[in-house]
Design a protein around this ligand. Structure first.
Ligand code: SAM
Length: 318
């Protein structure tokens, strides 16, 4: 039987539940489902993502800060690209709107756009955006539906004929929701001489408590997150959201309000009132922390900061 998209997503959530398992605290189980790919892979995508992008105050702030800082640094980026033919490998492409703007400004280069995302709908959207925003250019495309775990293979597979140089984009503060050391290690391993990583990320300037308030008010984020326990068969009314701040890390849980047994793929799991699902871990970095981490992986780290100090664009070379 061919599985539909929603069954595949539920499989993925269930596999993560089994793979990561649970810990116990005061007699309750804490199930770890904090993985950014689950956050963005809901069946209602890409609409849920676009709603989030369009309505979330936090995300809007990220996007406008990031676009400004990219515009102000496009010359700098161009100067660091030493080849005429390049692959723009857009890691976690989302709607592709940032890559589309960057491509517009790289007129003198031969570009192959390589969107990478766990969500095939978002890849389609990104390709459309890049084509629409660059109607006069003939842009080659090679899209890859994949988890970030596979970056090394992706990086190899896109190097083709004269397109031997990879410019990796990791924008939209995507790294906040990932294991930063794991992804940077994978990117570094995948890079060859002359490749670049362009990273866009928030800088922690506000008190973390203020960021926590933004998360608490975000109904759009809640719409994305609820899909994770729903994918396992829980109903919204059976769950209660709980947001915590641990130093400079945001943790979001759903607490279970009832006892419930879920049976999936021949496996029965008993959940009890008070059990928790950890659905989001978001790490907030101060400038000095981010520089320190990036310097561990790259020989050249050129960090540009927005006027108000709250956003950074970093161009990294191995
Ligand atoms: C915060 S959004 C950023 C989107 C876009 N880069 C931007 O700046 O607007 C994160 C993107 O990464 C994708 N993503 C998250 N985790 C992923 C993973 N583990 N593997 C592949 N894609 C992932 C999501 O589907 C989403 O499109």
């Amino acid at each position: 039987m061919v599985k539909n998209e929603s069954q595949k997503i539920n499989d993925l959530i269930f596999k993560e539940l089994i793979r990561k398992g649970h810990s116990e605290k005061k007699g309750s189980k804490i199930w770890n489902l904090a993985d950014s790919k689950l956050l963005f892979c809901s069946e209602e995508q890409p609409q849920a993502f676009f709603d989030f992008e369009g309505k979330s105050k936090y995300q809007k702030e990220i996007d406008s800060q990031e676009m400004n800082i990219i515009n102000n640094n496009i010359k700098n980026i161009k100067n660091k690209i030493k080849d005429k033919s390049i692959n723009i490998v857009d890691l976690g492409c989302g709607s592709g709107k940032k890559a589309a703007k960057i491509i517009q400004k790289l007129k003198n280069f031969n570009i192959r756009y390589c969107p990478v995302d766990i969500n095939s709908n978002l890849i389609e959207a990104a390709i459309d955006t890049v084509r629409k925003e660059n109607p006069k250019e003939v842009i080659k495309m090679q899209w890859i539906i994949s988890d970030f775990d596979n970056i090394e293979n992706i990086s190899k597979s896109v190097r083709y004929k004269e397109y031997q140089k990879n410019i990796f984009l990791l924008l939209g503060s995507t790294i906040e929701n990932l294991e930063i050391h794991e992804i940077l290690y994978n990117i570094r391993r995948s890079m060859k001489e002359g490749d670049l990583l362009i990273l866009g990320n928030n800088i922690l300037t506000k008190k973390p408590q203020k960021i926590l308030e933004l998360y608490k008010k975000s109904a759009t984020l809640e719409q994305l997150l609820i899909n994770i326990p729903k994918g396992l068969g829980f109903k919204e009314e059976e769950l209660e959201m709980d947001i915590k701040l641990k130093e400079s890390r945001i943790e979001i849980y759903y607490n279970l309000k009832i006892d419930k047994t879920i049976e999936l793929y021949g496996k029965k799991i008993e959940f009890k009132t008070g059990d928790k699902f950890l659905v989001l871990l978001s790490y907030k970095y101060k400038k000095k922390d981010l520089v320190e981490i990036l310097n561990m992986y790259f020989n050249e780290v050129d960090m540009k900061i927005s006027e108000d100090g709250s956003y950074t664009l970093v161009i990294c070379k191995k």
